[in-house]
Design a binder for this molecule. Structure first.
Ligand code: DN4
Length: 291
């Protein structure tokens, strides 16, 4: 009988070599995949805000406990989680409204009639106004707007991490990024829910106080519900010390008037509405127009 030991040894060697080759391939593929997931794409916009998750949670608690305690039953942990789940592990240029639906479901909030304030190129002034007139609301005075105000966020397909290096810029990279889609969706809902008289604070120190391409001109105006909103009041405010470039009689406001009236909503306009002007003068009392 022939000795079978050399044959067995050959088989063992073959198996060993196959396992070795498979192991080497697995290591190489693993390292390449790991590298790919940790090397985020380089976008043209600023990266996610450092400590995004902690800030979102802290703002949520602050808002629901102190700013609007009637929302104290909202679950901030769940809100933070739903916000993260909307964009994490996804291509940052593939955002859709549906991504944010679970988040919006958790945060239903109504603004009382006559209390909605829109703004365009007047963020600081509009916020100063609602800080004083506490019953009035800009979008950033609602829970989700408050949580996200001035924050940046994006992830990456194939990674559970946020990208803190860069996020897509809405003009230079893609318009369907998660920040733009979020604000467009929130702005749409905010406008749809407005009722009674709605206000908009516009900047009379730029040539187009009303701009069709702004979020206000592109989204909010077109989503006011004429069955609920009977009047849109525009306040065109000039910066103190700057030459007025636009006013209620200018062509951009006429454009707005036309759009609003076409939608069967009454339109009124005031230049330098006194309550807002007063806020400017508190900051700069020495200005000649404040005397
Ligand atoms: P705006 O003063 O022209 O813009 C307000 C901010 O939104 C600026 O930082 C803009 O960035 C940014 N922005 C505008 N469009 C986009 C976009 N498609 N993607 C990403 N960022 C964008 O005023 P507006 O009329 O465009 O927006 C103000 C109105 O929309 C308000 O009535 C709010 O209810 C709502 N809104 C609020 C915010 C916010 O609180 C953002 C967007 C919309 P840049 O032009 O400086 O680059 O941040």
């Amino acid at each position: 009988m022939a000795d079978s030991r050399p044959k067995k040894a050959k088989i063992c060697l073959c198996i060993f070599l196959c396992l070795l080759v498979a192991g080497v391939i697995a290591v190489v593929v693993g390292v390449r995949m790991w590298r790919h997931s940790s090397e985020h794409k380089k976008w043209n916009g600023t990266g996610s805000t450092a400590h995004f998750q902690e800030i979102a949670l802290e703002r949520c608690y602050n808002y629901t406990q102190l700013v609007q305690p009637e929302l104290r039953d909202r679950d901030c942990q769940k809100i933070r989680e739903a916000f993260r789940n909307a964009f994490i592990s996804k291509d940052p240029c593939s955002a859709t409204e549906e991504d944010y639906h679970p988040l919006l479901k958790l945060v239903k909030q109504t603004v009382p009639c006559d209390k909605t304030v829109f703004w365009s190129k007047t963020k600081e002034l509009a916020h100063q106004y609602t800080k004083v007139q506490r019953e009035m609301f800009t979008l950033e005075d609602t829970l989700l707007g408050y949580i996200a105000d001035d924050l940046r966020w994006c992830g990456d397909a194939g990674s559970y991490e946020m990208n803190y290096q860069s996020c897509p810029h809405w003009k230079k990279d893609c318009s369907n990024n998660f920040v733009s889609v979020f604000w467009d969706l929130l702005s749409k809902r905010f406008a749809e829910n407005a009722c009674g008289v709605a206000q908009v604070v516009l900047n009379g120190s730029i040539s187009n106080a009303f701009d069709r391409k702004s979020t206000f001109g592109r989204v909010e105006v077109h989503n006011l519900n004429p069955m609920k909103v009977h009047t849109l009041q525009a306040w065109v405010i000039h910066d103190l010390g700057k030459f007025p470039s636009d006013s209620c009689s200018g062509s951009s406001i006429n454009d707005l008037r036309w759009i609003v009236m076409q939608r069967n909503i009454k339109f009124t306009c005031h230049d330098n509405y006194s309550s807002v002007k007063f806020l400017q003068c508190v900051k700069k009392p020495e200005d000649s127009s404040c005397r």
